[in-house]
Design a protein around this ligand. Structure first.
Ligand code: DQA
Length: 143
């Protein structure tokens, strides 16, 4: 089966954006690590990044019938988007929310996620390793 790996706004700047918080790895590094973990577990993986809320929603819809699980780091949309939450619910696939940073150690406005209540697992603050943990979670829990 295929895993859909979705990264939201500003994550295209990984490696140069606030490296003290997000580290020096790039989005390409994240994709390579996640695809390697997926392949090792017997999954294929498609990695999509967009800065646009609607494109993320379209990508979630496209996972219907093609993917067996979703890993999503929605960036700041995590804290604002009822629409992405509704799309996750609509798609009805096992979904893991990932954040590179420990959002609870940061500003109050990052402490609330619209997505967490509708995701099966949430991985915070593990750095880019969180994506690999998410793959492992899906590997262990998918039939
Ligand atoms: C983030 C945390 C969000 O609060 C922030 O807006 C991001 C990245 C993370 O991976 O730690 O863009 O999702």
């Amino acid at each position: 089966g295929e895993l859909l790996i979705l990264n939201g706004p500003n994550l295209n700047l990984l490696g140069t954006r606030e490296p003290d918080i997000y580290g020096s790895a790039t989005l390409d590094d994240v994709a390579a690590l996640t695809i390697a973990a997926a392949n090792a577990a017997g999954f294929s993986a498609e990695c999509i990044q967009s800065n646009h809320e609607g494109d993320l929603i379209d990508a979630l819809h496209s996972a219907r019938g093609t993917a067996v699980g979703i890993i999503i780091n929605a960036g700041a949309y995590t804290h604002t988007s009822v629409a992405i939450r509704d799309a996750i619910v609509a798609v009805e696939l096992p979904t893991v929310e990932v954040h590179i940073s420990n959002v609870h150690r940061r500003e109050d406005f990052r402490h609330h996620s619209y997505l967490s209540p509708v995701c099966d697992a949430v991985i915070l603050g593990a750095g880019i390793y969180g994506y690999e943990l998410a793959v492992n979670y899906l590997d262990k829990t998918l039939a």
